[in-house]
Design a protein around this ligand. Sequence first.
Ligand SMILES: [Fe+2]
Length: 344
Amino acid sequence: MLKKIKNKIIKEIILTLLKVRIFKNKFFNKIFTQLLNFSGENMYYLKQKDKEMILNRIRDIKNANNNISFNLDDDLIKISREIKETGICSDLSVNVNEDDVKEVIDYFEKKHFYDSHTPHKENKKNFGDKPSGAYISYDNNTQLNCTPLLKLCLNDQIIKIAYSYLGCMPRLFSVNTFKTFPNQKAFTHGFHRDLDDFLWLTVFVYWTDTFENDGAFEQIKYTHCENKELQQIRNQKFNGINYDKFYNDTMGYTDKSYDEFTRLFGKKNILRVYGKRGKVVAADTAGLHRGTSVKNNRLVTWIRYGVTGSRQKNYSYEKKVDLNSRNKIIFNQSKFKNVLEDIL
Ligand SMILES: [Fe+2]
């Protein structure tokens, strides 16, 4: 109860700080940042207009402190624009070569794992144990000691795209490599939204081949934010409800059938993404999305870049990552070390 009152007060102070002009200076920016760190989950459920106000102040503060300059070429700008417009780019043209793919598959084959979609201490299993569910996953220490994976987390092109999409320096707050097994009911197979930050970008890397009916990822275009296309859909299929109501109504896993989603959003807007191993996809997973079932074991990594990382701190179950000497060199030589400050 007290916590709820505290969070409500913090929320009101933050919104007042943002709305009143004289509170826009270095001193109040510091207060804003501190308050945001102490704020509760309720900040993530504000109206879109208020969330955007928060986001813009975060950008201002981060950009004022950023001393890395970015050169975005036309291709990167095009990709970032595509994600802004539709919520997804199904091919980032990041070249993950076959040797790297093989190294990653081989590497995770021989590691201890967690018997769940994301790692939880109590689900830890030794290499050679039998998994019981639809997924297995790996902890950060295992993942970041995998050289091609660490290189991807620090990849120039990916970070530039994230920078361009987020409008400020990205912070990597989650990396999760997981294997999906066939013939298992998986909870991520219904359309849903993720809620990780005020804005974030999820990058998926496929380490195994996926096909239309074997391990594809689906995202419903235009559902990641307010835009003209979505307005039209809301007017025609959702009785013209406003964006905030639409967002809340479509937040969780619903019992709506696939056909119902097709009817509401149009078949052409449900993008099915699959392809050869080494494929890299980026999506704003605030948009409606789902995984689909697999016929063969599928190994995928998601890498998530956000603007604050504050909500994720509540979830971080481990911070101790001890890099091997090869990866330590790669990390220390990267100009994007700060992007990984939440996990390394
Ligand atoms: Fe999701």
